[in-house]
Design a protein around this ligand. Structure first.
Ligand SMILES: NC(=O)c1ccc[n+]([C@@H]2O[C@H](COP(=O)([O-])OP(=O)(O)OC[C@H]3O[C@@H](n4cnc5c(N)ncnc54)[C@H](O)[C@@H]3O)[C@@H](O)[C@H]2O)c1
Length: 351
């Protein structure tokens, strides 16, 4: 029998990823959509079928629905995820997981109490080159990792979301809570944790607003550019640079420096990953490109969510992954305020 799925929030991420990827999954029946802008839900129903729900309660109370995607602005993630879990649904919640560690802790506890799957949309782990990178790093071919860097820089979410303007919720602190660190940094922090196989012990961050402004001309009150340095638990060091103010081509690259050579992922070359070996040879991998704002590719996040439900297994990206990534962002922003290195506190509040 097919899993019946509902989607809350019918903006860009639902239009570009969730709805098309559910539609392509043979184990899924798209059962319905809710958006407080009903026209957006209506457009998706026209395209993919299913019904329009008039509020989230109506959807969560529908016993026909097995699983729900939460694709709203960040400030709704926690309440909606907890309500859906308590209604007995499996939940795929978009990133960043929540506005605070209090909220993400409550989401984890709700998943544990209900026994339902909670997965977070850190889809970069599923990208073919990141999967290949993980495989190569685990094979030992490159030897020990020495240090690393990761980048995610594009021209900003006002060029992405359904509201193509500076009044986008992405620039509204009450709705987004974080600037580029929550939006793009959360992807790269998850990738760093995944590929380096270690948590961030301490972080030093500079976070600035260098170019993004509200319509009234004032700078937005969240960061549009950030550089973070890491001391990892396993003793490694590395850095991350994220920005919404890169008006050239999108940069989504990661470089991992190892004993036997350098791994370059999604760099400025035609292949998805290149290994530059110590002896001067190069190994090139063409495994499947990376989605950019202007070139959307299948992310694999839906297939992973559905497979985890069907096999009753832990998904590749858990609530704890979302929480730990959030913990690094919270510590990073604290560091940006204090000007000091900050230790990351991963405690799950209330556990
Ligand atoms: N995984 C990724 O790569 C990725 C990429 C982009 C966005 N996201 C995340 O996805 C989420 C949505 O972002 P987006 O780009 O689709 O934004 P968007 O602005 O394009 O769409 C948001 C939608 O949510 C609707 N909405 C607002 N409040 C609602 C509510 N209370 N109930 C129901 N619907 C509501 C809006 O009407 C809008 O249609 C965000 O958390 C964002 O960070 C993830």
């Amino acid at each position: 029998m097919k899993l019946r799925v509902g989607m809350v929030g019918c903006g860009m991420i639902t239009q570009k990823r969730h709805a098309p990827e559910y539609a392509e999954n043979k184990n899924v029946e798209i059962y319905g959509f809710f958006d407080n802008n009903e026209e957006r839900a209506f457009e998706l129903v026209k395209q993919y079928g299913g019904k329009i729900y008039h509020d989230t309660k109506e959807m969560f109370d529908d016993s026909n629905i097995d699983a729900i995607s939460i694709c709203t602005p960040n400030h709704m993630h926690s309440d909606l995820t907890i309500a859906a879990l308590k209604a007995g649904k499996h939940v795929l919640c978009e990133k960043p997981m929540a506005l605070s560690l209090q909220e993400s802790s409550e989401m984890i506890l709700a998943a544990e109490a209900t026994g339902k799957i909670l997965m977070i949309g850190h889809n970069q782990r599923l990208l073919p080159a990141h999967r290949k990178a993980k495989e190569v790093l685990e094979s030992g071919q490159l030897g020990r990792i020495l240090f690393f860097q990761s980048n995610f820089k594009h021209s900003g979410p006002e060029n992405w979301g359904v509201n193509h303007s500076n009044s986008t919720w992405f620039f509204n602190k009450a709705k987004a809570q974080f600037g580029v660190l929550g939006d793009l940094g959360s992807h790269k922090l998850d990738i760093i944790r995944y590929l380096i196989t270690s948590e961030v012990e301490e972080i030093f961050t500079t976070a600035l607003t260098v170019d993004k402004r509200y319509d009234n001309g004032e700078f937005i009150d969240i960061e549009d550019t950030a550089i973070s340095l890491f001391r990892m638990r396993n003793g490694l060091t590395g850095y991350m640079n994220v920005s919404w103010c890169n008006y050239g081509s999108e940069d989504n690259s990661t470089v991992i420096y190892c004993e036997n050579g350098v791994m370059k992922i999604y760099g400025d070359f035609p292949e998805d990953m290149v290994l530059e070996m110590k002896d001067g040879s190069k190994i090139r991998y063409q495994v499947g490109g990376i989605a950019t704002n202007s070139n959307q590719l299948r992310s694999g996040i839906i297939d992973e969510f559905i497979d985890a439900i069907l096999k009753n297994r832990t998904p590749l990206i858990t609530g704890n992954d979302g929480h730990n990534t959030l913990a690094v962002i919270v510590a990073g922003l604290k560091s940006a305020d204090t000007g000091e290195w900050e230790k990351v506190d991963y405690s799950i509040i209330g556990k």
